[in-house]
Every structure is written in structure tokens, then in C-alpha cells.
Design a binder for this molecule. Structure first.
Ligand SMILES: [Zn+2]
Ligand SMILES: [Zn+2]
Length: 292
């Protein structure tokens, strides 16, 4: 029996314009890519023109590489204790959502936010209030809240916390979840050992998050399990057991979900390591690693 692979790819650069992303995906043999819609560490980006959108759609069709997600700028923090930051974040989120709609990109990935010195409940309350204030996303765009490594009081460090946040926001139909393997590991979930994997799947089921998982970020971790330190590493070279990736890639409930790398691009050129990591994922999807 030949198992169908999930659509695999990577986060790719948009240097030169958003329309360059599909060709970058093609260069690494990706089925799907994720992009920033503008410089990832700035509030404002140049508005997308009709020409950008046309070129992007043409390149997507020509290459057959689908841009499945826009990763929101890291500055957006709906959980901030500062009202000015929360307000700016809402405007920035609106801008990201309209870019996704213009480009026909279905998912918008967002780190829920950080509550600074305040207790997590306060952060959850603020983020939920932000999502309620935001209202509906444009047709065809779903916001995916990404689980976090738990670094710096970030919200979304556990499946339970994602549930609490979704509930506080009124469980909107256009908000779902993106899971990041490195963040799961760094926040204390084990992916390789059977006991750890079963516990994760159990939590996803019991908190009703399983049906909301729309996408995966596949990253190995440089930092230790449960360290709450977010450091991505090449697949197979970090601390996550290769068996963990085999489990994610072959889990029935995740089949068909886009899975993208966000691993370092420190090879000969920007493509080399993505090509290597995708080959590694395909190998791990085909059969379980020899030892674990
Ligand atoms: Zn992220
Ligand atoms: Zn991620």
C-alpha cells in the first residue's frame, strides 16, 4: 500500500516581490509554501498593487506551487499590556488579512501574543477581546493560532491554553490552529516516544483541538525538550527524535494537511538546506527511522 504524502514545503523569502515565492518553492521541490506578506519585523509594508497580485497568481499557476499561508509579522501582539500596541496589532492583523484575501492565500498564521509580566489569564482575556473586536476574517481566509514554545510568557504554550483562548474568543468559525513541532517539543510535549505521542493526541482530542488543526510547521529543535526556548534546527539534527516526524507525517488525522519547514537557510544558497530537509521528511514519511 502506498501512503499519500501530505503536501510538503517551506517558508520561503519574498525578496523581489510576493510573486517570487512560487518559483522559490519550485526550486526546492515544494508542493506548498508559507511567506511573510511584507518584512516580518516591520509594522507597515508597501501596499500590494494590482500588478503584484496578477504576477503572484500567474506564478502560482505556472509553477503549481500553492502558497498556503502568510505568517503574520512578529510585532503583532494582541496580548500586550499596552493599549497602543494592541490597537496597532489589530490594524496590522487587518492588513495581513486583506493581503491574504487579495492573494487568495487561505491561512494566516499568528502567534497568539505575550502577556508580559501579567498572569496568563490576563493575556488570554486581552487576546480574546482583540479577536472579538476584529470580527470576521475576509471570505476564504482562516486565522491559525500557532502553539508557542512558551518563551517569554507567550500564550499558546499548551493545547489546553489554545482551547482556553479559543473559548474566550467565542470559538469563531474562521479561527483554527497551526501546530509547530519544535514549539510543542520545547513546551514539554514528546513526539517520538509512543507514550508522549499518545498523550499529545489525547490532549488534542479531549480539548477538541484535533479537528481544528489545519497546518503543521515541521522544525527540529536545537534546545532541550521543555526548555521553553525557541530555536529551530534542521530535521534530524536537533533534539526531536526522528520518530516524532514519522508519527506526524503518517498520522491518519493529519493526512492532507500542509506541512512546512521553518528551518535555517544556512547552506550554500537559500535553497540547499530546504532541499535536504524536504528529502529527510520524505524519507521519514516513507518508513519509520531504524532506531528510536
Ligand atoms: Zn510562527
Ligand atoms: Zn512555526
Amino acid at each position: 500500500m502506498k501512503r499519500k504524502l501530505p503536501p510538503l514545503g517551506a517558508h520561503v523569502s519574498i525578496a523581489g516581490g510576493v510573486h517570487t515565492a512560487p518559483e522559490r518553492g519550485k526550486r526546492i521541490g515544494a508542493d506548498v509554501v508559507q511567506i511573510f506578506s511584507k518584512h516580518g519585523t516591520r509594522w507597515e509594508g508597501k501596499a500590494l498593487g494590482e500588478e503584484d497580485v496578477r504576477a503572484f497568481r500567474e506564478e502560482s499557476a505556472r509553477t503549481g506551487v500553492k502558497t498556503v499561508a502568510i505568517h503574520c509579522a512578529y510585532l503583532i501582539n494582541l496580548g500586550s499590556s499596552k493599549e497602543t500596541v494592541r490597537t496597532r496589532s489589530l490594524y496590522a492583523l487587518e492588513d495581513e488579512a486583506s493581503r491574504a484575501a487579495m492573494l487568495g492565500v487561505p491561512y494566516l498564521v499568528l502567534h497568539p501574543g505575550s502577556c508580559g509580566e501579567d498572569p496568563a489569564e490576563e493575556g488570554i482575556r486581552r487576546i480574546a477581546a482583540g479577536l472579538r473586536a476584529f470580527g470576521r476574517f475576509p471570505a476564504g481566509v482562516t486565522l491559525l493560532l500557532e502553539n508557542t514554545a512558551g518563551q517569554g510568557n507567550s500564550i499558546g504554550r499548551s493545547i489546553r491554553q489554545l482551547r482556553e483562548l479559543l473559548d474566550a474568543a467565542g470559538a469563531p468559525a474562521d479561527v483554527a490552529v497551526c501546530l509547530d513541532s519544535a514549539h510543542l517539543f520545547e513546551s514539554g510535549y514528546e513526539l517520538g516516544p509512543k507514550g508522549g505521542w499518545d498523550a499529545l493526541i489525547g490532549e488534542l482530542d479531549s480539548f477538541g483541538i484535533a479537528p481544528l488543526v489545519r497546518m503543521w510547521h515541521l522544525n527540529d529543535s536545537k534546545s532541550a525538550g521543555g526548555s521553553n526556548v525557541d530555536r529551530h534546527e534542521h530535521i534530524g539534527l536537533g533534539k526531536i527524535s526522528p520518530m516524532g516526524f514519522h508519527r506526524i507525517l503518517t498520522h491518519e488525522g493529519f493526512s492532507g494537511l500542509p506541512m512546512v519547514l521553518e528551518t535555517p537557510k544556512d547552506g550554500e544558497d537559500e535553497f540547499e538546506m530546504d532541499i535536504r530537509n524536504l528529502a529527510e521528511l520524505r524519507r521519514l514519511a516513507a518508513k519509520p527511522p531504524a532506531e528510536d
